[in-house]
Design a protein around this ligand. Structure first.
Ligand code: PLP
Length: 386
């Protein structure tokens, strides 16, 4: 990007391994949005030539997004984030709702709030249990939502298998996938034909925060969550975030172009990181086998440490990672995903999520491995002494 931004990862020489939480913006995305943050400020819904320039930018972005996602331009709905995309489908379709127990809360909470929600167990790798899914499906089901890639442990769902079950047992249901974590790792053109609706969020693939996409198949009805000016063919009202939408499209196109090479590069870095940890430390368990998860996911459970203390030491050493445990009523609780997978509670409290992405280097993973090993040895020694 040229200059170093004050407070940025570069300036602080941080090792950033939290790409599943948010990715650094791609310079091409920043560049794409700049004109729409300054001179090109017109409302795209206007009728003058200045407005038409903004509208053209949205039309071009829509075409680019549709091409990468394997849908028609008319099936792309721009939203404010992945959460809004998920909520729109879960609130906008009648009948009972079904989802997997490992979904992001942007799906789980709306399903729970409906009162007719059916939450389906997963296997030990976090994949929805297909027999239980079949049991949960019947003619009364209006919507089924199963995520494409799990945000916590990185499991890739076999959506062809899910679709076969849903089409057989709940033939009237809208099949939605939360694909927020997918664009860096999966070619969505092969996912799109399997489902009726997909959710995305720009900040997970090098775009800005505050802009997302919902795709909805042309012949499927999803009531809008936000009504008003009738933008997005009445599917999502509100003045378009022109800058965000142009940047989302630029980031998505670049992500798609780089994906084949990045899968190899990042997969090798992830393997190097995890191999170093398992080689140097006893009691490090890979939560999901590598062949079942995305290349950027390094999720491990480390026996004999609590991740709260571990993350504190990592932060002190300028390594950014996460744990996804929630502090409920003063006591640390394992995440709902690890609980659904049946991971032993003690082990789950030592969960460490490191997620790699387009800016990750070999130096990053080597430094992270060194810091994690030191921190775990320190915490175990302290535990043994007390
Ligand atoms: N779904 C998944 C799988 C996610 O990982 C996230 C964000 O972490 C969301 C939905 C929510 O996306 P957003 O942050 O754009 O609201």
């Amino acid at each position: 990007m040229g200059a170093t931004l004050v407070g940025s990862v570069e300036e602080m020489s941080l090792v950033y391994l939290d790409h599943a939480a948010s990715t650094p913006m791609r310079p091409t995305a920043v560049e794409a949005m700049l004109p729409y943050l300054s001179e090109q400020f017109a409302n795209p819904s206007g009728s003058h030539r200045f407005a038409r320039a903004s509208r053209r930018a949205i039309d071009e972005a829509r075409d680019q997004v549709a091409e990468v996602l394997g849908v028609a331009p008319g099936e792309v709905v721009f939203t404010s984030c992945g959460t809004e995309s998920d909520n729109t489908v879960l609130a906008g379709v009648g009948g009972a709702a079904v989802c997997s127990a490992a979904e992001h809360h942007a799906v789980l909470h709306p399903v729970e709030h409906r009162g007719d929600g059916r939450i389906v167990a997963t296997d030990a790798a976090g994949h929805v249990d297909l027999d239980r899914l079949a049991e949960a499906c019947d003619d009364s089901v209006g919507v089924v939502s199963v995520m494409a890639v799990n945000n916590e442990v990185g499991t890739v769902t076999d959506l062809a298998a899910v679709a076969a079950v849903v089409r057989e047992h709940a033939p009237r249901a809208v099949l939605h996938t939360d694909a927020v974590q997918a664009p860096c790792w999966l070619d969505l053109r092969s996912v799109a034909p399997l489902v009726d609706a997909m959710s995305f969020s720009a900040h997970k693939f090098g775009g800005p925060k505050g802009v997302g996409v919902l795709t909805v198949r042309r012949d499927v009805d999803v009531a809008p969550l936000i009504v008003g000016g009738g933008q997005e063919r009445e599917r999502r009202s509100g003045t378009h975030n022109v800058a965000g939408i142009t940047a989302l499209a630029a980031a998505l196109v670049e992500t798609d172009r780089e994906r084949p090479a990045e899968l190899v590069r990042i997969g090798a870095l992830r393997d190097r990181l995890v191999d170093r940890l398992t080689g140097a430390l006893d009691g490090v368990v890979e939560t999901v086998p590598r062949e079942r998860k995305v290349a950027g996911s390094a999720h491990v459970c480390i026996a004999g440490v609590e991740n709260e203390a571990l993350l504190f030491l990592l932060d002190e050493a300028d390594v950014c990672a996460s744990a996804a445990s929630a502090c409920a009523s003063g006591a640390m609780e394992p995440s709902h995903v690890l609980a659904a997978m049946g991971v032993d509670r003690e082990l789950a409290l030592g969960a460490l999520r490191m997620t790699l992405g387009h800016t990750t280097t070999a130096a990053d993973v080597d430094r992270a491995a060194e810091v994690v090993v030191d921190a775990v040895e320190h915490l175990r020694a302290r535990g043994a002494a007390s």
